[in-house]
Ligand binder design. Structure first.
Ligand code: C5P
Length: 253
């Protein structure tokens, strides 16, 4: 996979192979487990998502470990703060060599616009491609009853849609949503932005804490560019077999 060009979604999409579209969510607490999983996977996929569990247990040096094993990194930082603080954080994150970064769209348009500008400025100063910036809409562990408890009067799909619109207008590169909202986002906003979906399960998997989940086929058919899969692979006894199963299911669409 070529390095990302943050302004040309169509070009990114055209260059994606199936192995680039399956992102493993590395939700484990330590480096040994990371290395053992990566050894087993033998670079059958391109990108690993590193999130709060691994960063707070191992520190950011775990990113180098994963990159040294030949993988790209999606840093699931889930940033949300005032624009100035986020811009400062991104100065540090830009030194880590990650390819994708997440932030919460709930941080608002000012935060997202400033974040994207900051990344573009840093990458042009350093002569490197900018990491792609993805906005998390509504966590896939929340449903209508959670949102109603916060005082939202509409259903989650409308909230996801409004948050996605704000993110797209703020010119960030992609949206994170559940597989169940991909079709509504594509119908409403077209194809000029990327979509990555967590909340992916095979028919035989447990949902766990996810409330808005669906199959890889549903996500891909509806227009997701990337699927993010954690426990379905991590907890599987034959991880490489499960990855192959995912890749075949995606390939067949
Ligand atoms: O194990 P599972 O496949 O459910 O993991 C999903 C991963 O995606 C977790 O690392 C979680 O933090 C992340 N995620 C999510 N919902 C979002 C954004 C990220 O589940 N809206």
């Amino acid at each position: 996979m070529d390095n990302y060009n943050s302004v040309n979604t169509e070009k990114i999409r055209k260059n994606l192979k199936t192995k680039d579209r399956l992102i493993l969510s590395m939700d484990v607490p330590n480096k040994n487990e990371v290395l053992s999983i990566l050894r087993e996977l033998e670079n059958s996929i391109s990108t690993v998502k590193i999130g709060l569990e691994l960063i707070y247990n191992e520190g950011t040096k775990i990113i180098d470990t994963v990159i040294d094993c030949g993988y790209k990194v999606l840093l699931d930082a889930k940033l949300m703060d005032i624009p100035n603080t986020i811009a400062g954080a991104l100065k540090g994150i830009s030194k880590l060599g990650v390819s994708m970064i997440t932030m919460h769209t709930f941080g608002g348009s000012g935060m997202m616009t400033r974040a994207k500008e900051e990344l573009l400025q840093i990458s042009s100063k350093n002569g490197v491609m900018s990491p792609l910036l993805f906005g998390v809409t509504v966590l896939t562990s929340l449903d209508d009853s959670d949102l109603n408890a916060f005082g939202f009067k509409t259903d989650y799909a409308s909230i996801v849609k409004n948050l996605a619109r704000t993110a797209i207008e703020s010119k960030i590169d992609g949206i994170i949503c559940s597989p169940n909202e991909v079709s509504v986002l594509r119908e409403s906003f077209g194809n000029d932005f990327l979509i990555a979906t967590p909340g992916i399960r095979l028919p035989e998997d447990d949902a766990g804490d996810q409330k808005r989940y669906n199959t890889p086929e549903k996500a891909i058919d509806d227009g997701a560019d990337f699927i993010i899969v954690g426990r379905s692979i991590i907890k599987s006894k034959n991880k490489i077999g499960t990855v192959s199963n995912y890749l075949e299911r995606m390939e067949r669409r």
